[in-house]
Design a protein around this ligand. Sequence first.
Ligand SMILES: O=CCCC(=O)O
Length: 485
Amino acid sequence: MNGLRDGSLLRQQGLIDGEWCGAAAGHTIEVTDPATQHVLGTVPDMDGADTRAAIAAAEKAFSSWRKKTHAERAALLEAWHDLMLDNIEDLALILTREQGKPLTEARGEIRYGASFIKWFSEEARRIGGTTIPSPTADRRIVVLKEPVGVSAIITPWNFPNAMITRKVGPALAAGCTVVIKPSDLTPFSALALGVLAERAGIPKGVINIVTGMPAGIGDELMTNQTVRKISFTGSTRIGSLLMRGAADSVKRLSLELGGNAPFIVFDDADLDLAVEGAIASKFRNGGQTCVCANRLLVQSGVYDAFAAKLGARISAMKVGVGTDAGTDIGPMINKAAIEKIKRHVDDAVKKGARILATASSVPAGDQYAVPMVLGGATTDMQLASEETFGPVAPLFRFDTEEEAIRIANATPFGLAAYFYTESLKRSWRVGEALEFGMIGLNTGAISTEVAPFGGVKQSGVGREGAQCGIEEYLEMKSFHIGGLS
Ligand SMILES: O=CCCC(=O)O
């Protein structure tokens, strides 16, 4: 890959038990640049047998990793974090090339990703336990916190770095070992993290990375008795398949699944702030983020003004190759993504929506979606019930607060929601009425290592980040000590 300062970060092998290796069966898959369709390289197309080897390596490493002191684990995580920031330019370039997002956003993702490693290196020192007043005089009861065990980490293509670190950070801090299955579309970011983990001194077998198509690897991770925990970010369809597959061996699960985020602008909102928030939330990663605003609900009194302001911002957007200076929106990840966006726009227009504004600078090529504002969106349109996952901002007009809350909650998903108002009373009323795991009030940015990240309803189970994130990788053991009288 041209432009890397350290070419050894582009690794084209999987990582099992400290060995960089190919698939046992010798198969490989190509990884392409979504902007150019050029092949960037290949990675092993591993299967169930390779995955079993990775799980066995993680199991072997678990017995010594769990016994390290919290300070020892924290020091290794800190070293890994520092190496990520030292190599930010290369990690960002690899990420942009395989995923497409603009380089400035890719740098942001590396900093965001590294922040989870730093955060959980600190949390490693704070894994405590409790003592419980005993019901009898001759006994004492303490609750110990112990690592869950070998954890499967299955991650998506839209955040190829940060979705790994948000899971691996707490897993390692807790004393678990991991088998990572990155998306087959974006494995190089994961492998570069593996190279840096090795340089940081994280022992062999603690982090294993299996690359390739999902079916064989996923089946093994789901059913293997040694795997005690699965953490997955991706679609609700796959999340529920994993839940079913993991049921026979009763694994712990953390699932961060699909969303359908409402973004509500009330008449009393600061409109400029709302437009900033809409740009940040709707157009992050070209709209390919699970917490992206999907439905923009705008109250009648400010509908036209908001549409005009948002339209002006979108008209000025530059679409193009992520590594070109000034690019705001990169290519979409693949043809299926483009087709879905097109289907949503065609359906909306057929049902009466109007295109109010589009980005003026969009290169030719069917890998690019046109950023746009759609006016007159209604709840019978496909884009009201499905995540578009693209740079299309549909505006739904509403009249009353009750109507906005009803429309916002009319979805089986419950990941993120946003609303804008200057009223204190309304802030609390609406914040409490929205059925979502994360709410942004007068902000479109809710992603940070310090706050719990996760959803309700079909958007998943469990929380990542924050102080609670490490609990997902810890078991409680009640220890009853008798005969003390
Ligand atoms: O799309 C997945 C999560 C992105 C984020 O952490 O904000």
